[in-house]
Ligand binder design. Structure first.
Ligand SMILES: Cc1cc2nc3c(=O)[nH]c(=O)nc-3n(C[C@H](O)[C@H](O)[C@H](O)COP(=O)(O)O)c2cc1C
Length: 197
């Protein structure tokens, strides 16, 4: 049931996607492309770029947010929900993801843009645990930021390179199904939280 309206009332739920890999052939960005293809009708998913963020430094912040930081915060502020695609580096959350969240956790014109936002995550990794350990760290971090973390389903894309074709398209049908279920759950979750707020 549609108990809540989206933020701008146009019937479309805007999702700001953060992809925690900067490399061209990123499998996690492949998951984003699959999500854009598989999303439910009333949802729009747009990536908020993190590539040009400086490393967090309060001295830089005091001079005013650099343009990429401002764009990140504005992209999140305008969205109804956030979706994080995370790799796993050395059994933990990649620095670029943490750096983006550290920047985004700081106020934009006095407003904390992450606080009160629904959020979900998924990730692809080469190893057998499919980013489970990186995601555990996000499970600790995101509620601290005041975000409403979708409890389930959880998606851990293990041995990820076997699940994409040469063009980088996600071909693994069970994973595609999991993404459909996650996005439907995120839509319901976003409506539920919107109706409470
Ligand atoms: C520095 C580094 C550390 C890594 N550590 C892990 C790890 O702990 N577990 C794992 O499953 N894969 C690990 N990998 C492999 C990544 O899962 C793999 O490179 C993956 O494709 C990265 O995501 P991307 O394709 O979106 O860039 C590591 C890769 C790098 C470069």
């Amino acid at each position: 049931v549609d108990r809540a309206r989206d933020r701008d009332g146009d019937g479309i739920y805007e999702v700001a996607a953060i992809v925690g890999s900067l490399r061209r052939a990123s499998l996690n960005r492949g998951l984003l492309r699959a999500a854009i293809e598989l999303k439910p009708e009333p949802m729009r998913i747009a990536e908020v770029p993190i590539r040009d963020l400086p490393l967090f430094n309060e001295d830089i912040e005091q001079l005013g947010d650099p343009a990429p930081v401002r764009a990140l915060k504005e992209g999140i502020r305008a969205a109804d929900a956030v979706l994080i695609f995370t790799p796993e580096f050395n059994q933990s959350l990649p620095g670029v993801v943490k750096n983006a969240l550290d920047w985004a956790s700081r106020p934009l014109d006095g407003e904390r843009v992450l606080a009160g936002k629904p959020v979900a995550m998924l990730g692809a990794a080469a190893g057998p645990f499919g980013t489970a350990r990186a995601q555990l760290q996000l499970r600790q971090l995101l509620p601290h930021l005041g975000m409403y973390l979708l409890p389930k389903p959880e998606i851990y894309v293990a041995r990820a390179e076997d699940k994409f074709d040469a063009a980088g398209a996600l071909t693994d049908e069970p994973t595609r199904d999991q993404i459909r279920q996650l996005l439907t759950a995120l839509l319901d979750w976003t409506r539920l939280i919107g109706s409470a707020g």
